[in-house]
Ligand binder design. Structure first.
Ligand SMILES: *[C@@H]1O[C@H](CO)[C@@H](O)[C@H](O)[C@H]1NC(C)=O
Ligand SMILES: *[C@@H]1O[C@H](CO)[C@@H](O)[C@H](O)[C@H]1NC(C)=O
Ligand SMILES: *[C@@H]1O[C@H](CO)[C@@H](O)[C@H](O)[C@H]1NC(C)=O
Ligand SMILES: CC(=O)N[C@H]1CO[C@H](CO)[C@@H](O)[C@@H]1O
Length: 480
């Protein structure tokens, strides 16, 4: 995971290129502006504090946000804060949040994550300038923005000392932010939806590869493993030709290349399109055809083609460039806070065993300099990991999603956790439906292999939101 963002730079025109991030990244966000994929793309700006933790530094930067008021029931409707994660936030996506907003008469607001998109405090993204990029600063941004927005809404509606009921939403990394926001600022939100939320920072994230094996099933998993073995052989004998076959000639570092190939397989499961990969691969294996060629076709047509991934996002040379943005930014968060190193498990792995801990640590050092490595324990001490001591947080996970092992999968009355089980239930299925590419507007669940599984959990989500908003209301929030 790592990162991020990548994709935003180079979107192909295809319908699949809706701004989903490669797996090392996590996900999300639509990239092209002005399309029907958004509820709004009209940019608004907020004057944000650069360093929330320094008593001396009073610098500010401009942070982008959006508001969507079409469904808002003035003046006491709830406000849904949809948190933007590790990529440019080009608008409020037209996913399941729009259905929820309609249902609850809610306003929807969304704040771009600091440093990403147009919300960067610095032009040059040197390691030194990235020092204020962290989930902790980002949470404080959200809190300050939330206060600001409430106050300006009160001014607009000409009311004083009243608070609307707030609810926060996020998917993946922003799902973790959503859970953490409720944890750290419980007085600022009535509850949180943490969809596929990666709340546990993990150093050696071997479960990621293992889940791919489980999601693939025995036949496809075996074919993938054979493909990896053949790739490793050919990398030894004629690496140049092999990289060229995959359209990846510029990846000088073998680890970068192997990582790219691993991600290309992950993407099929993470976003709910397992058959795009397993169909042709199993067929080739049964017909005794060359698995490497078959895999190369899939990678070029689907991952580089339809999905629109830019091969450069795997190139450490490119990641060192301080002009470009998202990929480098997410890697920085990975290399300092959360890791999720997607290393090969020691037994029965799908990815090459060369994608190991050393590869990731070398990348962090090469891209950001000496002394940059992830303080995973600190992150888990700060937030609690899967032992998060929050309340009124809904956790959801897709059964086929490799990320779910960094999420909270056990349920408690105050923090219910739901697993959405189906063949193509991936990352953020509750909000975005499945498969996620192309994006289903309003998170249409009809194309999920089990739409009922998705509906059932959405019903639970609605019940929880309803309950917690009403409890919030009863408490009478009028303390501003
Ligand atoms: C942002 O806030 C700072 C500190 O309050 C102020 O000095 C500055 O003028 C503000 N900038 C804008 C563009 O409003
Ligand atoms: C991660 O894996 C590496 C290599 O197997 C091992 O040396 C290291 O101790 C592991 N670290 C943790 C925190 O599990
Ligand atoms: C390695 O994986 C295989 C296949 O899943 C399993 O049969 C075997 O028991 C595993 N070996 C170890 C040492 O875990
Ligand atoms: C709430 C829930 O369904 N939790 C399940 C999530 O998945 C794990 C397996 O990884 C199950 O053990 C949990 O029961």
């Amino acid at each position: 995971m790592k990162l991020l963002c990548l994709i935003l730079v180079s979107f192909s025109l295809s319908s699949l290129a809706n701004g989903f991030l490669p797996p090392r990244t996590m996900l999300h966000k639509l990239s092209s502006t002005g399309s029907k994929n958004y509820l709004t793309t009209e940019e608004l700006w907020f004057n944000q504090t650069l360093d929330h933790f320094s008593p001396y530094d009073h610098r500010r930067f401009k942070q982008r946000y959006y508001e969507f008021l079409d469904h808002f029931r003035p003046s006491d409707g709830p406000i849904f804060l949809e948190i933007c994660g590790e990529s440019a936030c080009n608008g409020i996506a037209n996913d399941y949040i729009s259905v929820l907003a309609k249902k609850f008469g809610a306003a929807v607001v969304s704040l771009e994550h600091r440093y990403y998109g147009k919300s960067s405090p610095f032009k040059s993204l040197t390691t030194e300038n990235l020092r204020y990029l962290s989930s902790k600063q980002a949470l404080f941004d959200l809190a300050v923005f939330r206060q600001h927005y409430q106050e300006s809404l009160n001014l607009k509606l000409n009311k004083a000392n009243v608070e609307n009921s707030w609810f926060v939403f996020g998917v993946s990394y922003s799902g973790a932010l959503s859970a953490w926001f409720r944890l750290k600022f419980p007085h600022l939100t009535c509850g949180s939806l943490a969809s596929s939320a990666v709340v546990q920072a993990v150093y050696n994230f071997t479960e990621f590869d293992q889940q791919i094996g489980e999601s693939a099933g025995t036949e496809c998993k075996t074919a993938l493993q054979e493909t990896t073995a053949l790739v490793e052989q050919r990398l030894q004998s004629n690496g140049k030709a092999l990289k060229k076959l995959f359209g990846a000639a510029e990846l000088d570092i073998d680890g970068d290349f192997l990582y790219f190939l691993a991600d290309a397989a992950v993407i099929a499961f993470q976003y709910g399109n397992p058959d795009k990969l397993c169909g042709p691969l199993v067929e080739a294996k049964n017909a005794g055809e060359d698995l490497v060629n078959t895999y190369a076709d899939y990678v070029k047509e689907y991952y580089l083609g339809s999905f629109g991934v830019d091969i450069q996002t795997y190139n450490q040379k490119h990641l060192k460039n301080t002009d470009q943005s998202s990929d480098r930014l997410w890697w920085f968060q990975v290399c300092t806070e959360v890791a999720y190193f997607q290393v090969a498990p020691s037994n029965d792995s799908i990815r090459s065993s060369k994608v190991d801990t050393r590869y990731h640590l070398d990348l962090c050092k090469n891209v950001f300099g000496e002394g940059i490595y992830p303080e995973v324990d600190m992150t888990n001490i700060y937030y609690g990991g899967t032992k998060i001591a929050g309340s009124k947080i809904i956790f959801t996970n897709g059964s086929q999603d490799p990320w779910r092992h960094a999420s909270k999968q056990t349920s408690s009355p105050d923090m219910p956790s739901y697993l959405i089980t189906c063949k193509n239930c991936g990352h953020g299925t509750d909000m975005r439906g499945c498969p996620q590419s192309p994006l289903n507007l309003e998170g249409d669940a009809s194309k999920c292999s089990s739409p009922d599984a998705v509906h059932k959990i959405r019903q639970q989500i609605i019940e929880n939101i309803d309950l917690w908003l009403s409890e919030c209301h009863e408490e009478g929030r009028s303390y501003m």
